[in-house]
Design a protein around this ligand. Structure first.
Ligand SMILES: C[S@@+](CC[C@H](N)C(=O)[O-])C[C@H]1O[C@@H](n2cnc3c(N)ncnc32)[C@H](O)[C@@H]1O
Length: 348
């Protein structure tokens, strides 16, 4: 029996074959996004090759290669020589809406994936060596991006679009119904806070993030909800947490950092809250045995190779242990939320 036959029907082999070709296919899909093939086919379904060529202004041979690659992913279909979007491509990639996966793919292509060529060296060195490609001496990507406003905008557009894929599970939590003043630590451009105040009419939120990121929020969340989303520019480690909140949210933030830094941030949250105040830790959780979670896996690698040199999509039990350690009670986790998310809660 040949080597392939030996593993016939084994899903690991199937996944392996997809995986080894995935970097090329990912880039083909990113190119199709950038030359707006999915957009074009949404407006002109069942277009012929020549119509797509005129739209993309790509040489015929190169377009042929690109279309073949994207068809192998199933995102595009070819029927009777004409092309159309799959349902998934039509939903996820054919618009410029805030939540389009197109923004995510461009962000990952520009920022995440170039960094991964440094993975072996970075993991062995125990530091985020890929950050050397970005000017500056600050220890995290978030800080260094503030020197490149164009790339910072691409990065936050991607982050916001990716957050929107999973934000509903957070926004719909009944625990927010009793919150009046939220502190959204590392709240980015305010995408999550905007969704929360839209859903909970009594809620006002303060978004605490770096000054360059707060600037992005001025045109977005704070512009949409001028009286209910407030921006608080600063450094979450070096500056005090603003007072007056009855709940603190860490959404996709703690996982960037080390245990010591997380304990420090949780303690600041605890100290800033009144008795009965709540803490919410929302984000990716790998499984407790640390064997599953592909979104979490990608994130952990990205943090360690590029973003911060530490952190991971910690299992929920780590967050529970740390919240208890700094003094929170009634600590529990809501597991199984979409996109490998969990919500760990505690009360002061
Ligand atoms: C992964 S994003 C999460 C954004 C948002 N909470 C969400 O769920 O989409 C992490 C955020 O932490 C912010 N951040 C990282 N280090 C920071 C620091 N030292 N001070 C303030 N904000 C920081 C980044 O600017 C970024 O907006």
């Amino acid at each position: 029996m040949d080597r392939h036959g030996k593993h016939d029907g084994d899903p690991v082999l199937e996944r392996f074959h997809f995986l080894v070709n995935a970097p090329a296919l990912f880039n083909a899909v990113a190119t199709a996004v950038e030359v707006r093939i999915f957009h074009f086919l949404a407006e002109h379904p069942r277009s012929g090759f020549e119509e797509i060529r005129v739209h993309t202004e790509m040489p015929a041979h190169q377009l042929r290669v690109l279309l073949q690659a994207v068809c192998t992913t199933g995102l595009l279909r070819r029927e009777d020589g004409r092309y159309l979007n799959s349902d998934v491509a039509g939903d996820l990639l054919a618009s410029d809406n805030e939540d389009s996966w197109g923004h995510v793919i461009v962000g990952w292509k520009e920022v995440y994936y170039p960094a991964f060529v440094h993975m072996t060296k970075a993991l062995k060195a125990g530091t985020n060596l890929a950050l050397d490609s970005y000017p500056g001496d600050e220890p995290t990507l978030y800080q260094r991006l503030s020197r490149n406003s164009e790339l910072e905008a691409v990065f936050h557009r991607a982050m916001s679009a990716f957050t929107l894929q999973s934000v509903d599970a957070l926004v719909e939590r009944e625990e927010f119904a009793s919150v009046r003043r939220l502190l959204d630590v590392g709240g980015g451009d305010g995408t999550t806070s905007a969704r929360l105040v839209a859903r909970h009419p009594e809620l006002v939120s303060t978004v605490f993030d770096m000054p360059s990121v707060s600037k992005l929020g001025e045109d977005k969340a704070a512009a949409a909800y001028p009286d209910r989303v407030e921006l608080h520019p600063g450094d979450i480690f070096n500056d005090a947490f603003p007072v007056g909140a009855d709940a603190v949210l860490f959404s996709h933030v703690l996982e960037i950092f080390s245990e010591d830094q997380i304990l420090g941030l949780m303690k600041k949250a605890y100290d800033s809250l009144p008795e009965g105040g709540k803490v919410f830790v929302y984000g990716y959780n790998v499984s407790d045995d640390e064997t599953t979670g592909i979104f979490g896996a990608r994130l952990g690698l990205y943090f360690n190779v590029l973003a911060s040199g530490q952190g991971m999509a910690y299992p929920a039990r780590d967050y529970e242990k740390w919240l208890c350690q700094v003094g929170f009670d009634d600590v529990k986790t809501v597991t199984g939320l979409p996109y490998e998310h969990g919500l760990t809660l505690g009360v002061k």
